[in-house]
Design a protein around this ligand. Structure first.
Ligand SMILES: Nc1ncnc2c1ncn2[C@@H]1O[C@H](COP(=O)(O)OP(=O)(O)OP(=O)(O)O)[C@@H](O)[C@H]1O
Ligand SMILES: [Mg+2]
Length: 198
């Protein structure tokens, strides 16, 4: 992202934000409510055009957007089917995909349940599974641990720590950030945006 600025109705949300995403980065975007974190994610994922600056994705580099993946889950589909017919899951033997789902704490019985009948934490883990199998080099998440049970948070932490690409996540969850982040991008009303390694 190069010198990105965004404003709504003439009100500047942020200006002049630049940062790179490199392989294996785990970037946490932090800052107070309303400071513009979700807006930055919308610009990063192309849901919104920035007022100034540019977002450039290197050729062949794709991203998976966890929140959108969750929103777009087919509630009538089963856990096993949804994951087996998606991305890298398509070519992998069913047994292997189901083993991967077991790692994400799905029981044998969960696999045949419809996604609509799952808890929020279980749905989040299906969305995460699809992000991991999407072939994307970057996984982008906006407050993924909100309302999640401890098991789902721990599963998510481990999966993101071991993901071979890069992770960009907005979060207010101190423990989650401490576990996964290697870089912080802090929105501060006084100081503007600062980047630091952690
Ligand atoms: N489409 C829009 N039109 C007008 N104003 C908007 C729009 N989207 C966001 N805003 C405003 O932009 C500011 C930043 O919002 P944003 O959702 O990015 O904050 P945030 O840092 O993600 O906050 P939170 O931590 O509460 O999720 C807020 O003042 C919000 O009201
Ligand atoms: Mg937000």
């Amino acid at each position: 992202m190069k010198r990105i600025g965004q404003s709504y109705d003439g009100r500047s949300i942020f200006q002049n934000i630049s940062f790179d995403i490199q392989k294996e980065d785990r970037i946490a975007i932090v800052g107070p409510n309303g400071s513009g974190k979700s807006t930055l994610i919308k610009v990063l994922t192309g849901q919104e055009a920035p007022e100034s600056g540019e977002v450039t994705w290197e050729r062949g580099v794709g991203y998976a957007y966890f929140n959108q993946m969750w929103d777009e889950l087919d509630h009538k589909d089963t856990v096993s089917h949804a994951v087996n017919v998606y991305g890298l899951g398509l070519d992998a033997p069913r047994k292997k995909v189901n083993k991967f789902l077991a790692m994400l704490q799905f029981s044998e019985m969960d696999l045949s349940k419809t996604i609509g009948s799952l808890s929020g934490g279980q749905q989040a883990r299906v969305a995460l599974a699809k992000c991991l199998l999407s072939g994307a080099a970057v996984i982008i998440l906006d407050e993924p641990t909100n309302h999640l049970d401890l098991t789902s948070i721990q599963v998510m932490e481990q999966a993101l720590i071991h993901f071979p690409g890069a992770v960009v996540t907005v979060s207010h969850d101190r423990f989650f950030i401490d576990k996964i982040a290697t870089k912080m991008l802090t929105f501060d009303p006084e100081l503007g945006i600062t980047e630091q390694n952690v």
